[in-house]
Design a protein around this ligand. Structure first.
Ligand SMILES: [Zn+2]
Length: 597
């Protein structure tokens, strides 16, 4: 919990929960709240709500909820201090140096900072090489040949790694320990371990930034016929291939705005598409998409157009990526670019996005992008390329399609598929459906919410009183006193929520809802947050009094029932007289408490 006056407390005061969560979830204004699809459980209709005034979030589906820090902790799977830092950074609040860090953590942080600094220096070095050396000129000519002008080169930070073998090393060596240089991945050690050298030589360099725009790796293309054609940074403490999408740092805003992303294979493709004026493009920088990359993308959109290379490897990559994207509930379309006929009229060459845009222009690309078919059509088209003249061939085509069908969570969609596959592949529909149903039962189930975790709906009067205790600045103290004095909340379903709110209400300090929530059990916290998110009218003291009356009546009725039961259980027992007197008294009180209005 954020202690008053602490850094966490200050961050919480300044942070806007809608903005922070908005970086992970697409939020729409809905009444006084914001709603979106819950990032913690799979869902198609939004049950996730954010309250801008109370600075809390709550999911009516899976029940997760809390403040901005608990959201980030859950989302980033990180401990509280890290969540505070993340939120502070997102809100531009300077983070004070942490004194209480463990020595290992401090060392790790220093190492990461130094690795980023090495990349910054290497980047400046590569850019200088491209600009001002003879070798760099040859590289520039190559880039120009690929249609990349000076403006694009500058915009994407493209540089050149010279052939010398130790030019960069000589520059970095005076400043950094050898071990650190090797760890950065820009410098390599030979097999004997004795000699260091530049990892990238005679290559065009493309800086790869993490989501927040810090360069953490390089992707490099050979200038001549050197092999391998592409050479990238190795995995390092600041770079993991499967966690990074090329161009994500710049694409995230356009992706969020347009609510879809274009996924391409390489950085040249991403650059070509971005240059065509389509900013919402990212590259997986490898032939297939990894799960962390999909999760990263999923924070900004759930709609994607996959435009991988049309070769066999690209097709396989498309299909592998499709499987993963569908599992993560993405809406996927596939753009398979047509072959480009060459001048001699021979069979066309297959085009990746870079080549296609260079040859056919941005407009032609944008048009195809708009018409990109849903993945279903793409896959059926692929299946139709198989030999369907024999039973075996049809079986193969079906086996190809089935894994995708298995991953469609929606029953209606699966059924639609069945009809289309049957028509297109000329397969007997009932046979196909039988196979489908069998595979559907084997597929991974949707996330189910366990019923005992969902808070029981509290009664209307309780809900109103809870809301008033939390919000009615004018009389919540008075209300807390009355509830406390008469013990009116005891025995209610929401007794513990009341108890926490009464303590808060009697306090002279304002206590935010998140802090009250933190004192409650998970189930009670849910009920509490749900009530806070309900649309409700401004409460009045008159209404509060009528709610109190109702609770009082309930209390009397309950005692009356208990007395009556005791009398009936032992009509000739001792103390009958007292019991009858008590009964009389309670009846009188009940009349005085009035009838429910
Ligand atoms: Zn949820």
């Amino acid at each position: 919990m954020a202690e008053a006056g602490s850094f966490a407390d200050r961050v919480k005061q300044q942070a806007d929960i809608v903005r922070v969560i908005g970086e992970y979830v697409r939020l729409k204004k809905s009444g006084q709240n914001f709603t979106g699809l819950c990032p913690f459980h799979g869902e198609k209709t939004p049950s996730f709500a954010v309250h801008p005034v109370k600075q809390i979030f709550h999911c009516f589906g899976c029940g997760k909820g809390g403040d901005v820090f608990s959201f980030v902790m859950e989302m980033e799977k990180c401990p509280f201090p890290d969540a505070v830092k993340v939120v502070a950074e997102k809100c531009g609040i300077p983070v004070p140096r942490q004194k209480e860090r463990t020595p290992e953590e401090r060392k790790e942080n220093q190492q990461r900072a130094a690795l980023i600094e090495i990349h910054r220096e290497a980047q400046a070095f590569f850019v200088r090489q491209l600009e001002s050396t003879a070798e760099g000129r040859a590289a520039r000519a190559y880039l120009e040949d690929r249609g990349l002008n000076a403006e694009t080169i500058a915009r994407f930070g493209i540089g050149y790694a010279p052939s010398g073998g130790d030019v960069l090393l000589r520059q970095l060596k005076p400043k950094y320990a050898e071990k650190l240089l090797v760890e950065s991945g820009v410098i390599s050690r030979d097999q004997s371990g004795a000699r260091l050298f530049d990892r990238f030589r005679r290559r065009i360099t493309f800086p790869i930034a993490n989501e927040s725009g810090k360069i953490v790796a390089f992707g490099c293309r050979a200038l001549g016929d050197d092999l391998p054609k592409y050479l990238n940074s190795p995995e390092t403490p600041i770079y993991s291939k499967s966690n990074v999408l090329y161009h994500m740092d710049r694409a995230k805003e356009p992706i969020r705005r347009q609510d879809f992303a274009i996924l391409v294979e390489g950085y040249m493709d991403a650059i070509a598409v971005a240059r065509a004026g389509i900013g919402n493009v990212v590259a997986s920088c490898g032939t297939s998409l990894a799960e962390p990359q999909i999760k990263l993308l999923g924070r900004f959109t759930k709609r994607v157009i996959v435009n991988y290379d049309p070769d066999v490897a690209g097709q396989a990559a498309t299909e592998r990526s499709l499987t993963l994207l569908l599992e993560h509930d993405f809406e996927v379309r596939v753009l398979a670019l047509p072959a480009i006929g060459d001048l001699s009229g021979q069979a066309g060459k297959k085009a990746d996005p870079d080549l296609f845009i260079r040859e056919k222009g941005a407009e032609a690309y944008i048009k195809l992008l708009k018409d990109a078919p849903p993945y279903v059509d793409y896959l059926i088209a692929r299946a139709r390329q198989m030999d369907l003249s024999t039973g075996e061939g049809k079986q193969r085509a079906l086996n190809f399609l089935m894994p995708y069908v298995q991953r469609i969570p929606n029953r209606l969609l699966r059924s639609e598929w069945a009809t289309r596959i049957a028509q297109q592949l000329r397969i007997d529909e009932p046979v196909l459906r039988a196979a489908l149903n069998k595979s559907a039962t084997e597929r991974r189930g949707e996330v189910k919410v366990s019923p005992q975790l969902v808070g029981k709906p509290a009664k209307q009067i309780e809900r109103r009183l809870i809301r008033m205790l939390a919000e009615a600045e004018g009389f919540k103290k008075e209300l807390a006193q009355r509830l406390q004095h008469g013990r009116l909340y005891e025995g209610l379903e929401t007794e513990k929520v009341f108890a926490a709110l009464i303590v808060a209400g009697l306090s002279d300090e304002p206590i935010p809802a998140t802090e009250i929530g933190a004192q409650l059990d998970e189930r009670e916290r849910r009920v509490f947050f749900e009530i806070l998110f309900e649309d409700a009218q401004e409460p009045t003291w008159e209404e509060a009094e009528s709610c109190l009356d109702a609770l009082r009546r309930r209390q009397i009725e309950q005692e009356l029932a208990k007395v009556q039961k005791t009398i009936e259980a032992n009509p000739s027992g001792a103390g009958l007289r007292e019991l009858l007197e008590r009964k009389q008294e309670l009846m009188k009180q009940l009349t005085a408490a009035g009838q429910p209005g």
